[in-house]
Each structure stands twice: as structure tokens, then as C-alpha cells.
Design a protein. Structure first.
Length: 675
RNA sequence: GGCGAUGUAGCUCAGUUGGUUAGAGCAGUGGAAUCAUAAUCCAUUGGUCCGGGGUUCGAAUCCCUGCAUCGCUACCA
């Protein structure tokens, strides 16, 4: 059989925070399973990854903590790497984008595109801080909002009125790092001319008929709205310097250089194994299949921008062969949110569990075609039932029985009944199915087929009831146990990509002279024709007790109590007195046209009738509002929202998805002051 | 509002190109067995396949439409 060649990558994790289960389910576990499977097949494959170490969020964090960015990056690089090790991920190389080899090749990539005419320049005005001597990214500036005149607008958006703003529109802008006033200055940035690649990209994508449906849908949507030039440089000091004469203080924009990390990490790998030219076998070989595992949020970059960047090079880099993007993983019915700490952090998980329960649950419940839900109770149940009860117990009962009755061996029978031969064939077809599932990224189905085989094993064991036949007919008993042994041998190898360390422990009980990987998938094709010596029998899967699961659920709920309270500056009473807070009564309500969240309310405040626009349509029905007495800011400057006048602002308490109006405890006339 | 998806048993989901009587796991109920991690195995209850139209000899599957939920996006917070 011809050897197939693969190059597998997972999205580079951002070195600005820890990993949670959503990351794993989306990009890392599916890739690891795929790579282990390919290694079992004996194919030529390497698995490449590393941390993504540039970008504004890292810069900001570094400034806030008054440490160099590299320190932040190194810290998370270490943490991420150790978490991956704890989960048994088999990267061939795990690099980082702040290393010299990456700088070199990124600059080369940029230069080639530039030279080949794929890069344009545009000049625009931006804020520049003379004190810090640098241009300020949007989030580095605060000032007065040009629309509502709130004093705390950020450079990209005003939290008070919600409007998106351009930083240069800010009135009296302030640099958040030094507190000085920035000035407006012209700056030039470089843009990738994506439209130039349009035709080539379309043609290429159309040839990808085998790609997952969700991926194709996503790309088509993108192409339909048309490709635009995209800025690929930024005015920052943390990043890969732009390799052009007059580009001091400019770095290559992080989304442009991050995927190049796949290449620089491969180069690093080649150097590490002492064959510095070998990376070229991976990036220039037309027969090599390049597979990017990513989450769905990354689809446009990997299927449009990144291929365009590769197309624009001098050398013939291979393009992605497949991009099996996964959907998102929710947690206990809600979207994972790092800022609200609604997440299961992998490093915390590893304090209480080993790798395999999580690997198994995330594989069996992988968000392959649609978003999926991680539920702790289900995690426990799935693991306890499938692995401990069905698979673990099957292995245990067979090995113990055989150990006791067949002289510490799984016997090799003198003959096989027709029925049993048929069963061997059935096992073989399960094996073919599972192989096909792995190959086409259908890990859920692979899991199911494997556990079904273990189930079958239990049925078979019960039906043949060797514990009775052993007394009367040792020969047929030996046959039955042999079949069970064959099932176990197959199970061990087939499940290895998903739960490698458990599979290896099982393998060790069977005393083969080769490791699972050396034995390989094809080792299964060879019928076992010697007795198998049974080693020390140990419990494969300890059940997860209720209290540990309870602890996790409690921890999650506890985490979610507002850990990150944004602190606002204290104000004096005079400032507070400026607010005219009032009770108002809603006298009419209707939906605003062309807006899902907005309601137009008429309210009575004292002698006045005012109109306000409020974003509460998702939380309150029109008919439930009329007659309600609510709290408003009466003297907020009027504004126009969606073409409708809004003359005051309604106050409501908000917690994530929840929203509630503030209603007086006792009845009180509308117009009453709130103090 | 635009784009995309989803809706099948109490729960989680399979159902490939339309083809007998719509399936699995978990939970429930009844039973068997005692080799085994009180694990296993067998039987069984449970469904207007979201509603309504249409195409067809035949629709969970294809088309139209309505409703509900979710994601992205816009308005907004």
C-alpha cells in the first residue's frame, strides 16, 4: 500500500490566556486524533503547532503590567504547552511566532508579495502620542464621545451611547498609557490586494468538493460579499517589523503572519531533528496533503486570505488540502465566555482528572456538524457507561476469566466454528468502517462504532457463557475466549487515537512484543495465531464519582459570579446631582421597524410625554409594558436611533443574557424624583 | 432587517442518493445470569418526525410557507 503524506496543523493558540475545553474540541483534539490515526497507518505525517505571540491584546496587557510583551508570551507559552502535554497531544513541533526563524520567513513572505505587486499602500490619519512616541491603536485611547459627549469613550467605541467611533473623532483624546494628549498624524499602511486573487481563489475553492458543508457555506457567504483589500501592517512596536525601507515603527499585522507560523514551526522542527532542508518535503511536495484544523471562527483566514498569501509567493507552496473546521462547544447550555469566566479551564480540569475522560467525551460529543453542549453530568455518564462499564468491564471479565482458566493466557483454539469465523469477519468490517470514519474526520461515528463493538463483546460473552462451558467443554470455551481476545486486540488499536494512554495500558496487559504504534493498524489485519500472554490485570477506567462532578458544577457556578467587575472612577455628589432620574409610566409601546431589539416607547413624566427608544424587545413583550412604571434618566441629551427620536434613557439591570426593568417597590406617581 | 443553521421518544442524538412496520444510547418498567469494576445481558413502555400546503405510486428526507430556537451581522446595550 502506498504511503500517504500529510502535514497537519492546529490553529495557533493565542499566548494571552489559558486554554479551555472549547479550544480543544474545535481544533486540537480532532487534529491529534487524526494524526495518531495516520501514524497508526504508518503514513508520513507531522503535527505542527505553536503559540501566536503578537497583536494588540498582548501589547496592552504588557503595558498594563509594566512588563515586556515577551514575558507575557513566554508565560502563556509555557502554560499552554504544559496543558497540551497533560492531555497527551503529540505535536512534532510546538513553536512560537516571536522567534527569529519566524521573523525571517514572515518578512520574506511580505517581501515576495510586495515584489509581485500584491501589496498596496494607503495613507490615513491616526492618533499619535508624542510622549510615548508612537501611534495609538484604538484601544489605547480614551476621550469624549463626539456623539453623546460621555467622557469615557474608547477609541473604537463609546460605552455610553454604543456608537462605533473612529479614534480621531474623539474630543480631547488621552493616551491611556501616559495620560498625555495625542495629536493627529498621517500614517501609511500596507494592504493585501485580495481582489487580485479573486478568480484564482474561486477556481481553487470550487475544486474542493469534499470539504465539509459548514465550511463551504461560510466561504461562499464571504465570497458573495466581495473581497476587499485588507490592512496587513500596524503601527505597533511588538511584532514582526515591516521589511521595507521607510517603515519604521510598523509591524506586520498579526493575522497575516500568524499562519506563517505553520511554516516557521516546520522549519524549526527540521533543524531540531538535524535535517534543516527537510521542511521543504512538507511545504513543496505536491503529493503532500496539508490539513488545517481550526474552529469555525477561523474559516475565512484559512480558506481565503492564507491561500492568497501562499499563492502570491515566488515558490510553489502547497495550498490547504482540507480545512475541517469544527463548530463551537457550549458549556451547560450557555456560550463559553472567557471574560465572564464561563469556561472549563483545561489546567484546572487536569487537577482533578486524567486526560482520557475529557478526550473521550469531547470526541464522542464533538461539534462536527453543529454546535454541541458540554454538560458535566453527561461527561460523567458517558465516561462511566461507555468506558468503565461497557469497555472496561468487558476487558476485565475476559482477561480475569482467561487468566484463571487458561493458564495466564488467552488461548489459541485448535479449530473455529463457522459462526465464529463469521464473527471475525464482522470485526474486520467494523475495523474498515472505523478507518473510514477517522479518515473523513467523523470522530463521533468512530467512537460509536468502537463502543458498539465492545457492547457486542459483552453480548457474546454472556451468550456463550464460558463460565459454564468451561466445565463441560474446554475446547469451545477456548474458541469463545479467543474471539473475545480478538475483539480486545481490535478495540485497543482502534481506540488508541482517542484515548492513547488508556489504550496503551490495555496493550501492556496483553504483553505483545511491539508497542501499539509499531504494531500499527495493519497489525490488526494479521490474525492472531498464538496464545496471548496476560500480564498484570489492572482496572482500566476508574469510575468518576458524583461528588467530584458536583464539585466541578459548584466551581463553575461560583466562577460565574462577576469576577471581573469593571471599576469606574469615583465621582463626587455634585456630579451625581447632574443626573435627573425620574419615575415614568409607559403609555404605549411598539416595535421599531428593521430592528430586532428596539422598542419605541411613549412615556409620561410629570407633565411631559416623551418618546424613548430602548433595546429591550428581546426581553419584554409590547403588551406587558403598558402601564409599567420605570426608572429613566430624564435629562440625557436626545438622540436619533434608527430614525426615531429618543428623548431619555430607560434604566435596566443586566447580567449577561438577563435583563430586568427597575420598578418601584411601592406605588408612586410618575414624575417622582429618584435620589 | 440581511446571511446561515437547527427543530425526530422524557433527555442526548442517528437517519447516507425519497422506498416495507422511523432507529440507538441514557432514563423508566419487568426479567435472566453470577465470569466481571453492582458491572453485564434480554424483553418492554414511549414518537402528529415543529405546524400548514405542494410534488410523487410513495416524503422525516425534495419544493413553498408559517412558527420556534441558535449563530454571524446591522441597529442597539
Amino acid at each position: 500500500m502506498a504511503i500517504e503524506k500529510y502535514l497537519v496543523t492546529s490553529a495557533l493558540p493565542y499566548a494571552n490566556g489559558d486554554l479551555h475545553i472549547g479550544h480543544l474540541a474545535g481544533a486540537y483534539l480532532p487534529a491529534d486524533i487524526f494524526v495518531r490515526f495516520q501514524k497508526l497507518l504508518g503514513n508520513d505525517v507531522i503535527y505542527i503547532c505553536g503559540t501566536d505571540e503578537h497583536g494588540t491584546p498582548i501589547s496592552i496587557k504588557a503595558d498594563q503590567k509594566k512588563v515586556p510583551p515577551r514575558k507575557i508570551v513566554d508565560k502563556y507559552h509555557r502554560r499552554i504547552k504544559s496543558v497540551f502535554a497533560g492531555l497527551n497531544f503529540c505535536f512534532d513541533n510546538f513553536s512560537g511566532t516571536a522567534r527569529p526563524v519566524h521573523y525571517k520567513i514572515s518578512r520574506q513572505f511580505f517581501t515576495n508579495l510586495y515584489k509581485n505587486g500584491y501589496i498596496t499602500t494607503h495613507t490615513n490619519k491616526q492618533l499619535y502620542c508624542p510622549h510615548c512616541k508612537r501611534f495609538l491603536p484604538d484601544r489605547y485611547v480614551e476621550g469624549e464621545c463626539p456623539f453623546c459627549h460621555s467622557k469615557e469613550a474608547r477609541g473604537d467605541q463609546c460605552d455610553a451611547c454604543g456608537k462605533l467611533i473612529d479614534a480621531i473623532q474623539l474630543i480631547n483624546p488621552v493616551c491611556i498609557t501616559c495620560g498625555h494628549n495625542p495629536i493627529i498624524k498621517e500614517t501609511t499602511n500596507w494592504f493585501l490586494n485580495l481582489p487580485k486573487f479573486s478568480d484564482k481563489l474561486k477556481k481553487w475553492i470550487e475544486s474542493k468538493t469534499e470539504w465539509k458543508d459548514n465550511v463551504k457555506k461560510f466561504i461562499l457567504g464571504w465570497l458573495k460579499s466581495g473581497l476587499k483589500e485588507r490592512a496587513i501592517t500596524r503601527d505597533l512596536d511588538w511584532g514582526v517589523p515591516v521589511p521595507i525601507e521607510n517603515a519604521k515603527g510598523k509591524v506586520i499585522y498579526v493575522w497575516f503572519e500568524a499562519p506563517i507560523g505553520y511554516i516557521s514551526s516546520t522549519i524549526e522542527w527540521a533543524e531540531r531533528i538535524g535535517q534543516p532542508e527537510k521542511w521543504k518535503d512538507y511545504w513543496f511536495d505536491k503529493d503532500r496533503k496539508l490539513i488545517h484544523f481550526i474552529g469555525k471562527d477561523n474559516i475565512p483566514f484559512h480558506t481565503i486570505i492564507w491561500p492568497a498569501v501562499l499563492m502570491g509567493q515566488d515558490e510553489d507552496y502547497i495550498l490547504p488540502y482540507d480545512v475541517p473546521a469544527n463548530e463551537f462547544l457550549n458549556l451547560e447550555g450557555r456560550r463559553i465566555s472567557t471574560s465572564r469566566n464561563w469556561a472549563v479551564w483545561v489546567n484546572e480540569y487536569l487537577e482533578d482528572f486524567s486526560a482520557d475522560p475529557l478526550r473521550y467525551y469531547l470526541a464522542a460529543n464533538a461539534p462536527e456538524n453543529k454546535d454541541c453542549d458540554f454538560v458535566w453530568k453527561e461527561f460523567q455518564e458517558k465516561y462511566n457507561t461507555d468506558l468503565a462499564n461497557i469497555l472496561g468491564n468487558f476487558v476485565n471479565r475476559v482477561l480475569k476469566f482467561s487468566d484463571k482458566n487458561f493458564n495466564h493466557e488467552i488461548p489459541f483454539p485448535t479449530k473455529l466454528s463457522a459462526k465464529n469465523k463469521e464473527i471475525l469477519e464482522d470485526i474486520s468490517s467494523v475495523r474498515d468502517n472505523v478507518k473510514q470514519f477517522y479518515k473523513t474526520f467523523k470522530v463521533r461515528k468512530a467512537c460509536k462504532s468502537i463502543i458498539d463493538l465492545a457492547r457486542f463483546g459483552n453480548q457474546y460473552f454472556d451468550k456463550t457463557s464460558p463460565w459454564t462451558t468451561i466445565k463441560s467443554n474446554p475446547d469451545t470455551t477456548a474458541e469463545a475466549i479467543y474471539i473475545c481476545g480478538e475483539i480486545i486486540r481490535n478495540l485497543a488499536i482502534m481506540i488508541y487515537p482517542i484515548i492513547p494512554s488508556s489504550a496503551e495500558r490495555l496493550w501492556n496487559m496483553l504483553n505483545f512484543d511491539k508497542s501499539i504504534l509499531e504494531y500499527g493498524w495493519d497489525g490488526l489485519l494479521v490474525e492472531q495465531n498464538n496464545p496471548i500472554k496476560i500480564g498484570k490485570i489492572e482496572t482500566l477506567f476508574e469510575k468518576i464519582p458524583d461528588d467530584i462532578i458536583e464539585k466541578q458544577i459548584q466551581k463553575l457556578k461560583g466562577n460565574n459570579i462577576m469576577t471581573k467587575e469593571e471599576s469606574k472612577e469615583t465621582i463626587d455628589f455634585e456630579t451625581f446631582k447632574k443626573l435627573d432620574l425620574r419615575i415614568a409610566e409607559i403609555i404605549s409601546a411598539e416595535k421599531v421597524k428593521n430592528a430586532d431589539k428596539l422598542l419605541k416607547l411613549k412615556i409620561a413624566v410629570g407633565d411631559n410625554i416623551k418618546q424613548i427608544i430602548a433595546g429591550i424587545a428581546k426581553h419584554y413583550a409590547v403588551e406587558d409594558l403598558i402601564g409599567k412604571k420605570i426608572l429613566i434618566v430624564n435629562n440625557l441629551k436626545p438622540t436619533i436611533i434608527k430614525g426615531e427620536k429618543s428623548e431619555a434613557m430607560l434604566l435596566a439591570a443586566v447580567d449577561g443574557e438577563k435583563l430586568t426593568l427597575l420598578i418601584p417597590d411601592k406605588d408612586i406617581p410618575e414624575g417622582s424624583k429618584v435620589l
